[in-house]
Ligand binder design. Structure first.
Ligand code: ZN
Length: 672
């Protein structure tokens, strides 16, 4: 057991004189825009701050690459709309102009004319007449957007259908089987080629005997030109050269202030890749990157994830600049270091315990800048690289982006959700005080220990629980975490600040499992998804078993239902009992018992309660999707021009940020 360390950071608790950090920035269509706080940036060294500054500049420079990758007309359309937004002299209070503004905000959010999540084309709610008049009124500002020799009338005729015809370029990435996925996808990874031609092209390149293959096609567009299929590689001197040159310029500056030689080499290898486009160099870069676990600053910059290509080869450009949250990473290290103690003391039958456990360590990071496909919508965790053989031979890096989850949590606290569904101020205040920390800690326990705990008896088939396996596995991991959240060991290890904190997690978990997660289920449907089944299984089992002692009650107030927890100590004991049962089911591969548990508690929805919850949720008008604005970094220089500091500010709004990015970091041609 390690010495006690207070592994939670208090930087959110602003002192009385400081203004509280405002998380919610903007709201439109189905989107809410949040801000994230780069806590402890001030504590970095000047060199580290400088490095983040340069990397953050590189991360904005790639924005236009993603727009163009998503669809070949995206830059033209965005630039046209921005020209209207900035220069329009007509009435800005008409519903047409307001709807036009919403559409432009959606395009910034989607990095193009398609929704970032559904990938469906946005439907404009302004009239075509408004659009035509508006373009004409700002045509002098559109000169750079119109093709050479093209009249404004022809330009409007060319662009309008892309915006207004719902059937044209309807889906960014088509995954529906049975049609040509390449020809039915509106993205710009391919042009003039069929799916069969693409598959043929790459099949010929691949060698099945190659144990360390490159990621074929990762950094190029495949196009047929004059009847010949060729790869147009993203590199200096190739496709997207203008933007890549700028990225490389900033990366070079970053390499000059690198924390250590290893990190400098990583950046230099990335620059070599951008210069040549050689995918062997990309692999060398990925291997160096995955092995660097000591540097505090870390970054993603490049062609990374391939979700945008229906064939999963071409990668979209993205960037995430971050630094290790040393305090929070201590938390995962403490958990990992004590893994054996947790296993030895878990409330399961001794014969199902693991003799030796190995804790999984993961690092917790603070995002300093989001770019490309990580902006405005962003993941809360990343696990890279994607190359299978590099993962096999060198492992992968797994990170939790804690200041992003923190922003989600804090923003949710102010949106009326807790006030609507929680029983009293005690639960609301507890959530405000502890929920960010306890949510993260529960995730850590779930991931680092829960899934790895326990063992199968000899000869038991790991797939014995079949379709019920993943629900029961998630329940096992959640229960392991829940049980220990309420253990005094959490305070002893410095993982929780008081014996009140765990109650925040217990209450939210039970409220979610018994009621509020039903907001994601359509009326008349049962629960299908494994994580949701797991939550209802745990919550309703504990509710039922504790009924005699009124451990948990479902109380009515003004015709609305609330979860009331009367005895947290007994809740914890019940979590332990259920963990023991589920571990036994898993260890012995008892399919019948597992099925009975899931079918009795996890699947069915009470239609009356469901309707009530949906009605209450709808009244809150919450946005189902969220994106972010970035902070603004500024170099501070003395009279001689020497950099003395880097300042971070959080005042830029969503519109200003995108207009600034489009003005200062936009060097690609309209068509690439
Ligand atoms: Zn899990």
């Amino acid at each position: 057991m390690t010495a006690a360390v207070f592994a939670f950071s208090n930087n959110q608790d602003a002192t009385a004189t400081e203004k509280p950090f405002v998380y919610s920035v903007d709201k439109f269509a189905d989107i809410e825009i949040l801000r994230y706080q780069v806590s402890d940036f001030e504590k970095l060294s000047l060199k580290q701050k400088e490095m983040i500054y340069y990397l953050s500049q590189a991360s904005i420079e790639g924005r236009d690459i993603l727009f163009d990758q998503n669809h070949k007309n995206n830059l033209t359309i965005r630039r046209t709309l921005e020209a209207i937004y900035i220069n329009y002299k007509g009435d800005r209070n008409t519903s047409d102009f307001k709807n036009f503004t919403i559409y432009l905000k959606q395009i910034w959010m989607g990095n193009g004319i398609h929704h970032h999540y559904s990938e469906d084309k946005f439907t404009p709610k302004f009239s075509k007449k408004f659009f035509v008049d508006a373009v004409r009124s700002v045509q002098t500002q559109c000169i750079a957007i119109v093709r050479p020799g093209e009249t404004i009338t022809k330009f409007i005729a060319r662009i309008s259908p892309i915006i207004f015809d719902a059937t044209l370029y309807a889906k960014r990435t088509n995954q529906e089987a049975g049609v040509d996925l390449i020809q039915t996808s509106a993205n710009n990874y391919y042009e003039g080629v069929t799916q069969a031609e693409v598959e043929n092209f790459y099949a010929k390149m691949k060698n099945p005997a190659d144990n360390t293959p490159i990621s074929y096609g990762l950094n190029s567009k495949l196009a047929k030109e004059k009847g010949v299929i060729t790869e147009k590689t993203y590199r200096i001197g190739g496709m997207y050269s203008a933007a890549i040159e700028r990225i490389v310029k900033w990366l070079t500056k970053a390499s000059e202030v690198a924390e250590n030689n290893k990190q400098r080499e990583i950046i230099e290898t990335l620059i070599a890749f951008y210069t040549t486009g050689d995918l062997k160099t990309f692999d060398q870069y990925a291997i160096k990157w995955v092995q660097d676990i000591d540097s505090q600053i870390d970054f993603i910059n490049g062609f990374t994830e391939s979700y945008g290509d229906p064939l999963g080869m071409k990668a979209s450009w993205e960037s995430l600049i971050n630094f290790k949250n040393i305090e929070a990473t201590k938390r995962t290290q403490i958990i990992s270091n004590n893994a054996q103690w947790f296993e030895d003391n878990s409330p399961i039958d001794a014969k199902f315990r693991k003799e030796t456990v190995k804790g999984v360590s993961a690092k917790v990071i603070t995002a300093a800048m989001l770019g490309g496909d990580c902006y405005p919508a962003t993941p809360i965790g990343v696990n890279l690289p994607n190359s299978n053989w590099i993962r096999r031979d060198y492992g992968s890096k797994s990170v939790t982006i804690e200041n992003i989850t923190e922003a989600y949590d804090k923003a949710s606290l102010g949106n009326g959700f807790a006030e609507e569904f929680m029983w009293s101020n005690i639960e609301i205040e507890r959530a405000k005080k502890f929920a960010s920390l306890t949510n993260n800690l529960h995730t850590d326990l779930h991931e680092c220990l829960g899934h790895g705990s326990g063992k199968l008896l000899p000869g038991v088939d790991p797939d014995a629980l079949k379709a019920y396996g993943s629900t029961l596995e998630e329940a096992r991991a959640d229960l392991f975490g829940l049980y220990y959240m309420g253990d005094p060991i959490m305070i002893k290890l410095g993982l929780l600040p008081s014996d009140e904190a765990y109650k925040a997690e217990y209450y939210q978990f039970l409220m979610n499992g018994l009621m509020t997660q039903l907001t994601r289920i359509k009326p008349g449907k049962n629960i299908e998804e494994a994580h949701m089944r797991n939550r209802q299984l745990i919550a309703s089992w504990v509710f039922e078993k504790g009924a005699v002692d009124k451990v948990i009650e479902m109380k009515q107030r003004n015709g609305e239902t609330y979860v009331v927890v009367n005895d947290y100590v007994k809740v914890r004991a019940l979590f332990g009992q259920l963990l023991a049962q589920i571990q036994e089911i898993k260890s012995t591969g008892n399919f019948e018992k597992g099925k009975e548990l899931v079918e009795s508690y996890a699947v069915k929805v009470n239609p009356v309660l469901h309707a009530e919850i949906l009605g209450r949720y709808e009244k809150l008008h919450l946005a189902p999707y969220r994106g972010f604005v970035n902070p603004v970094y500024t170099l501070v220089k003395d009279k001689s021009g020497k950099i003395t500091d880097v300042k971070v500010s959080y005042t830029e709004n969503y519109v200003d940020q995108h207009l600034r990015y489009s003005k200062k970091y936009s060097v690609l041609p309209n068509y690439n």
